[in-house]
Design a binder for this molecule. Structure first.
Ligand SMILES: [Zn+2]
Length: 335
């Protein structure tokens, strides 16, 4: 079978199409013929490399996989992350705290291939009527947003939430999860089209990044928001802190614009602010969030679908931040 594989880190040219042995399912495993793979910012980190972090090269990228399960003769999506299944963290459902946690396409081979073989426990059924390309845009960003907003920040009905980068893959999911939990949402985004997209997803208000703190104060009668959801990193950190009310919660799952920030500890303790980290989430959490997709309470935000053979172009679009929601690639490796 054909697959796209990284043998070294670098620009989009390091995404090489190669011939690999077609994997064969063992006991408790199933075979999935891949139809669509969603891109995440993680794909860019994996391709470029991250100083101080070692990826297991050569590596087939691709975390969000949808396809046809041969054994079940049914369309399926795959859990994008999984634990060892038997440590204390996994047994309590906190798979992302497992020391052997694997994100598909990051610490183990992913879905940019014609066929993948996975444990049966990794399967998610495809909700009836959900377009497979749209489904491939969901799992990783939905799980990330669900864990941040629902599980870590514990957003409650009536709370006010600031979602930074609301038109990004994770942001679009965070707006919808916060709304589903009964909160009201202020979103930031860099262009009028992206702010329009935030409003269409249920944000009450959408403003440019530089107006975040002022908008948060105006919107809440000077108090500040209850929760800030942020994965932009260094560029938004100060505005995020200034937007929070006393006793508020800041939760982060990423640092796209830089990971080093300065923090005034006095502001932290006087305001009694909580700063929380969040990465991926438990497999049961995704099953719960997936039901909200089946119910139509959370909808995918698909920017466009490109052929898998044009993966390099898809990477470039994501790198240039020209995307609203997600880019998905469709299987054409054998063509
Ligand atoms: Zn484990």
């Amino acid at each position: 079978m054909r697959a796209i594989r990284l043998h070294r880190h670098g620009g989009p040219e390091v995404l090489e199409t190669v011939e690999l042995p077609t994997p064969v399912a063992g006991p408790d495993q199933v075979t999935v013929r891949v139809s669509h793979v969603g891109l995440n910012h993680l794909d860019l980190w994996v391709r470029r490399g991250v100083p101080g972090h070692r990826f297991p090269l050569p590596l087939v990228p691709g975390s969000d996989v949808v396809g046809h399960c041969v054994e079940l003769d049914a369309p399926v999506a795959l859990q994008p992350g999984f634990g060892c299944g038997h440590c204390d963290a996994c047994l309590s459902g906190d798979h992302a705290l497992c020391r052997d946690y694997v994100i598909r396409g990051e610490r183990g081979d992913g879905g940019m291939a014609e066929v993948v073989v996975v444990p049966r426990a990794h399967l998610l059924p495809l909700p009836r009527g959900l377009d497979p390309a749209a489904a491939a845009s969901l799992p990783l960003s939905l799980l990330t947003a669900w864990h941040m907003v629902h599980t870590r920040a514990r957003v409650r009905p009536g709370q006010r939430v600031l979602v930074q980068a609301g038109a990004s893959g994770t942001g679009a999911m965070a707006i919808q999860v916060a709304r589903l939990l009964g909160a009201r949402v202020l979103a930031t985004a860099g262009s009028p089209q992206k702010r329009e997209a935030c409003l269409a997803l249920g944000a009450d208000l959408a403003v440019p990044y530089e107006e975040a703190a002022q908008a948060a104060r105006d919107w809440t009668g000077k108090q500040g928001v209850d929760v800030v959801v942020d994965h932009v990193g260094a560029e938004t950190f100060q505005a995020s802190q200034r937007s929070l009310r006393w006793g508020g919660t800041y939760v982060t799952c990423g640092a796209t614009t830089g990971n080093l920030v300065s923090l005034d500890l006095r502001a932290l303790f006087f305001k009694q602010v909580a700063i929380l980290g969040s990465t991926m989430g438990g497999m049961a959490e995704l099953r719960t969030a997936w039901r909200a997709v089946a119910d139509g309470a959370i909808r995918p935000v698909l920017d466009r679908v490109l052929p898998m053979t044009r993966l390099a172009q898809a990477h470039a679009l994501l790198e240039e931040r020209q995307v609203i929601g997600k880019i998905v690639v469709a299987q054409d490796l054998s063509a």
